[in-house]
Ligand binder design. Sequence first.
Ligand SMILES: *Cc1c(COP(=O)(O)O)cnc(C)c1O
Length: 410
Amino acid sequence: MTTSKPSHHSTWNQRQDGAPLVNGHTLTQVAAIAGQTPYYVYDRSRINETVANLRAALPDAIKLHYAIKANPMPALVQHLASLVDGLDVASQRELRVALATGTEPAEISFAGPGKSSGEIEAAVAAGIVVNCESMQQIRQVGAAAEHLGLSARLALRVNPAFELKASGMKMTGGAKPFGIDTEQLADAIALARELGIEPEGLHLFTGSQNLKPEAICEAHSGVMRLAGELIEQHRLTLRFVNIGGGLGIPYFPGEKPLDLEPVAANLASELASFQAIAPKTEIVMELGRYLVGEAGLYVCQVIDKKVSRGTTYLITNGGLHHHLSNSGNFGQVIRKNYPVEATSINPSGETELVTVVGPLCTPLDIVADKVELPRCEVGDLIVVRQSGAYGFSASPQGFLSHPEVVEVFL
Ligand SMILES: *Cc1c(COP(=O)(O)O)cnc(C)c1O
């Protein structure tokens, strides 16, 4: 087997000949385990390494949560639960997955701009923290607590007046459906207290997929100072402040892995000022993509090959319906290729410029556009790296009704 070198950034699961290994297994072995191609495979040793590196870099006082929506596969969530300090859920189903791991309910929080009364009752019944994003959600928590005869845990998600710069996705600042504007926070706290519930946390999610340490530092400093001010202004006694995460992973040519050193140094200095105000309040970072994105590969198989007016197409059995974000249709403005490799069965040493597509009858179904890969034939495997987050569960598997992809966790 020969494999093309990944187009950029360092790799971890390489055999000496360059073929990816997933926790010791070749991709052909994984296909046998999956029972098919296409498949997603996630490598637990890589997740262990990421969490260990992150913990080594960050100040000890920073708690880590896993945001399940990045990859909700129950076995993977179970594994992460053993490595991190808590879990963040964004739905009732994720809540059930989180509870099943045995994680302390007080260390599970529930985010989302729209929560039904049923979802909030589930959260209160389970004893997890509801991150309230509106006045109505606070009232719903109060009602659920009364109905169930339980005391409820509530935190307030805050929409600050500033933005996380250079973030892939802007989720704070200005008008937003997420969180409660700082201007309305006094009313929100008063409402919670009227209902007999003292807020036990603040949640300040600031963005996603950020590779710029300066921007992350600015956001962390901004939210930690704001949290300190809000604690003093509203005389809050908080168990935690969740400062979000935003840490990104490299996907595209030219992108480099995030340098954690400045991020950690900045957190350490902000922690010192914050602890002078609120010595007993924990600082939590919640991360999805950063913890699992690099641990996943998406693998599909070449089922046809043809040349159309000078362009060589490899047509595979996988694509957009399994891996929407790789196709460029999940929030990207200009499509760029994820790092893609080919595992050629007939190694000739030759490479060729190809466009890899999926089987769907739509021009949107691109796996990799104009990439140099080893010469492939029908039967060869195409590997998409950086596929552990926002892959399986973020894809429209029903679109065109092709066979579903299988997930393997090794
Ligand atoms: C999506 C989300 C996350 C995870 O974001 P990543 O970019 O995957 O780290 C964390 N917290 C909340 C509230 C989210 O909505």
